[in-house]
Design a protein around this ligand. Structure first.
Ligand SMILES: Nc1ncnc2c1ncn2[C@@H]1O[C@H](COP(=O)(O)OP(=O)(O)OP(=O)(O)O)[C@@H](O)[C@H]1O
Ligand SMILES: [Mg+2]
Length: 222
């Protein structure tokens, strides 16, 4: 929960524009929903990516509508998968069009003076223009967990279930490179497995197997 301190340190004043940068499964979307919860505001998730594919040509007009909503309805607005706009370049979309959308998005971010919280999340900071970073009040970086954090996360995720004796650090060593999201899924899978087989506790072998599964998922080409 490293990000919670980050959030506190950044203060929760209502007029904020945050850019969250980091690998998949490190808690960016989670941060947005926690923030919305803490502030008692509704969370709206905007997928710029699908907006573009669905409304080719009128994307800018749709963006305008979104920013009108931001002005009218106070809330937390998460522009998720914001980086996949960049990835669209490869999908035969007109580069000029993508650039235009990104630019008008950034302009609207800059001009926004609503009481809403604007959050953009990306996995690929290298795709983004430096100029972009300047439009945001804060840039928060997310990282994959190190071995200690892996061990803590696994323990936490299994706390509500009986476990056998588990060499947490040893498991963590074999698991480096997985994200918090992976660890969460692996723990859930291990627990489900135990329930299905009518056993009463998660063993080291169960956990190890579930984690290996997640690892292999990563190695397969997407
Ligand atoms: N710091 C953390 N501590 C504990 N669990 C976490 C943490 N970060 C993420 N998780 C778990 O991982 C899951 C996935 O996180 P989240 O969806 O926020 O990742 P993300 O950074 O938005 O990934 P993506 O870039 O793929 O959208 C969460 O639902 C949560 O269960
Ligand atoms: Mg996310």
């Amino acid at each position: 929960w490293r990000f919670v301190n980050g959030i506190r340190a950044h203060g929760l004043s209502p007029r904020k524009k945050l850019l969250l940068v980091g690998p998949s499964g490190t808690g960016k979307t989670l941060t947005a929903s926690v923030l919305a919860g803490e502030l008692g505001l509704p969370l709206f998730v905007v997928c710029l990516d699908s907006l573009m594919t669905r409304y080719m040509g009128e994307t800018a007009a749709k963006l305008r509508l979104i920013f009108d909503a931001i002005q009218q309805t106070r809330g937390v607005y998460l522009f998720d998968e914001f980086d996949s706009i960049g990835a669209q370049r490869g999908l035969g979309n007109d580069v000029g069009e993508i650039r235009r959308v990104l630019n008008s998005f950034l302009q609207m971010v800059e001009q926004d003076d609503s009481d809403s919280l604007l959050i953009a999340a990306t996995n690929h900071p290298e795709l983004l223009d430096r100029a972009l970073f300047r439009r945001f009040d804060d840039v928060i970086e997310y990282h994959l967990p190190d071995q200690k954090q892996i061990a803590t996360t696994l323990k936490t995720k299994l706390v509500s279930f009986k476990t056998g004796r588990i060499a947490w650090m040893k498991i963590a060593q074999q698991t480096e490179g997985l994200s918090y999201g992976d660890l969460t899924r692996a723990c859930e899978n291990a627990i489900k497995d135990v329930i299905i087989h009518d056993r009463d506790r998660v063993t080291q072998a169960d956990l190890s197997r579930a984690l290996e599964e997640r690892k292999h998922l990563h190695q397969e080409p997407v």
